[in-house]
Write a new protein. Structure first.
Length: 135
């Protein structure tokens, strides 16, 4: 299992009139978590696309709102890979506030596309090599 936590402070532009993070922004928080997890491995989405010709479109997104995140909260976005990716990669996300309260949980499934052929492929070796140690 691989787990990575990244912190982000809620900006005023991200909240609604009640001062709560607008519900649509949670997908962006999940993306931040995924991107930073991959970056922590020494790889980026840009590398996968530009250097390896691989895109990762979203197949499924699930989101569970437990408590609202508020303006100026420092959020801890924890992204977890529970299984080694094969044809798909499944990220689980937990978002906590500064006091440790679990505010939101979610998961995102993505698959791999060869940008040249627009066909589905298995997890690229460059990514597999970076994460196999954790499984």
């Amino acid at each position: 299992m691989l787990s990575h936590t990244f912190q982000k402070r809620v900006r005023y532009a991200e909240v609604d009139r009640m001062g709560f993070v607008y519900y649509g922004h949670y997908a962006q928080l999940y993306e931040i978590g995924r991107a930073e997890m991959i970056r922590s491995l020494g790889l980026t989405y840009k590398d996968l696309e530009d250097d390896h010709g691989i895109m990762m479109p979203v197949l499924q997104l699930e989101c569970r709102y437990r408590y609202p995140a508020k303006y100026d909260d420092l959020l801890s976005i924890t992204t977890i890979l529970k299984e080694m990716p094969t044809k798909m990669i499944h990220f689980y996300t937990e978002i906590h506030n500064e006091s440790g309260t679990l505010l939101n949980t979610g998961s995102v499934k993505l698959f791999f596309i060869n940008m040249e052929t627009n066909k589905r492929v298995s997890c690229p070796e460059v990514l597999t090599n970076k994460i196999q140690f954790y499984f």
